[in-house]
Design a protein around this ligand. Structure first.
Ligand SMILES: N=NNCCOCCOc1ccc(-c2cn(C[C@@H]3NC[C@@H](O)[C@H]3O)nn2)cc1
Length: 448
């Protein structure tokens, strides 16, 4: 057996998001979000599930904090719901909305757990969507105003800030593929949304610096690791386009202040242009203190004319797959983080999401023997250790997710939690994977 010890200051955490766990969708002045609208539209979400109640963390956050404390994490990543702070997106601040997050933050601090907050985790106020949402550049100013209110309210208590979660999901998944809210299917619109979100990210970072807010700020991108199936030049080019669709399209603007030229040309061929206004590229590439990377999967692609957006077809090479039908590809984590260091330099990295969805069964004695999920975590922890040993500045890891929760268009059928949520009783039951992670944190590492 080999012993893999993590640095003493490595930050272990878990992650959730407001719309996925809070419920209380009309409580204390909360306004509607695009996910309320989307989930209440028949046919958009499996079983027509919605976030009206979810895990009821709005009322049960103390139970969640107790689970976090017992798990032994140093930090907890959650998101603030913009519609609780500005029910109409702009205008009057809803103090009761701020008060909820004051209760959560104070409970975390009392438990010795650092709050790590995502400002935008997809629940855009519907009132802003009614005016074009992220395709309307006015939303950028509304976002900065929302960020300013929250920065000021929690300065000194929240010390790790993430502007956006998974801008690829906000843009392409939600406005080109159409699988997520608001469910548009227009490539130009998706490119506009991606651009405006990255400008909003940069403007919020500038506001953070202007206000002299204590702590660190970054953003989170979901990166996939796609490799060419063969060394044939056409396969290499096709797989690179598909990788860049998730990775370079967002990482290059964030760190280089440019879009990857080969992708700009590819989109231009499809009649799609990036609408860059003077100053946008400088704004979006504002220096940040860390990058959050959400990693779940990857694969192999090869050239196939006419296949998808990039003439690239995925080739199955025998990976095990999760219940989301995603490849289990732990080496992909090592490769993508090594690539981040190589491409973008020594920016501190936090894995802000990693985890797996499997079918879980609650036993009569309230246990969940989620062997596959525990194995998934073990395999990815090994790759985290490997990448740290290689000199990549990986500073922390947040498991997705603390709780089974509303998995967007998949509803409640898809469980990612290390704690089982009984949606009838709203009871929480730690799974075997919770106890596996608890031991890794307590021991400061693992034996393999
Ligand atoms: N890729 N295109 N395929 C073509 C058809 O796709 C249809 C569906 O696609 C996707 C792609 C990606 C995801 C996804 C989900 N999570 C997990 C969440 N991360 C943030 C947190 O809230 C977690 O819940 N990360 N990524 C979902 C659906």
């Amino acid at each position: 057996m080999a012993r893999l010890d993590f640095p003493k200051d490595f930050v272990w955490g878990t992650a959730t998001a407001s719309y996925q766990i809070e419920g209380a969708y009309q409580e204390d002045g909360r306004g509607l979000s695009i996910w309320d609208t989307f989930s209440h539209t028949p046919g958009k979400v499996v079983n027509n599930d919605n976030g009206d109640v979810a895990c009821d963390s709005y009322h049960r956050y103390e139970e969640d904090v107790a689970l976090l404390k017992n798990l032994g994490v140093k930090a907890y990543r959650f998101s603030i719901a913009w519609p609780r702070i500005f029910p109409q997106g702009t205008g009057e601040v809803n103090e009761k909305g701020l008060d909820y997050y004051r209760r959560v933050v104070d409970a975390l601090i009392a438990a010795g757990i650092e709050p790590c907050v995502t400002l935008y985790h997809w629940d855009l106020p519907q009132a802003l969507q009614d005016k074009g949402g992220w395709a309307n550049r006015d939303t950028i100013d509304a976002f900065v105003k929302y960020a300013e209110v929250v920065f000021k309210a929690f300065d000194g208590k929240i010390k790790q800030w993430i502007t956006f979660n998974e801008t690829w999901c906000v843009s392409f998944l939600s406005n080109y593929i159409g699988a997520h809210a608001p469910g548009n299917t227009d490539l130009q619109l998706a490119v506009d949304v991606a651009h405006n979100c990255m400008v909003a990210h940069g403007q919020a970072v500038k506001k953070f610096r202007e206000l002299g807010v204590k702590g660190q700020i970054g953003t989170t991108h979901n990166l996939y690791w796609y490799e060419p199936y063969s060394t044939k030049p056409e396969d290499v080019a096709a797989a690179h386009r598909n990788r860049a669709y998730y990775n370079e399209w967002f990482m290059d603007p964030t760190f280089k202040g440019t879009y990857p030229p080969f992708m700009v040309d590819w989109f231009r061929e499809k009649g799609v242009e990036v609408k860059i206004q003077p100053g946008d590229l400088e704004t979006m590439s504002q220096p940040i203190d860390f990058i959050g990377i959400n990693f779940y999967s990857g694969g192999f692609g090869r050239y196939k004319k006419g296949e998808g957006l990039f003439d690239c077809e995925e080739v199955q090479v025998g990976f095990d797959r999760t219940f989301m039908d995603w490849n289990v590809y732990p080496d992909g984590l090592y490769k993508v983080l090594s690539w981040v260091k190589e491409e973008y330099g020594d920016i501190p990295i936090y894995i802000t999401e990693n985890g797996a969805c499997y079918e879980d069964e609650l036993t009569a004695d309230k246990r969940v023997h989620d062997v596959l999920r525990a194995e998934y975590y073990k395999k990815h922890f090994i790759q985290c250790h490997r990448v740290i040993e290689s000199g990549v500045p990986l500073k922390g890891y947040f498991a997705w997710s603390l709780l089974d929760n509303f998995e967007w268009a998949e509803g409640y059928k898809k469980r990612f939690g290390i704690v089982y949520t009984n949606y009838e009783t709203l009871e929480r039951h730690p799974k075997d994977s919770y106890y596996f992670i608890q031991k890794v944190i307590a021991d400061g590492g693992l034996d393999v």
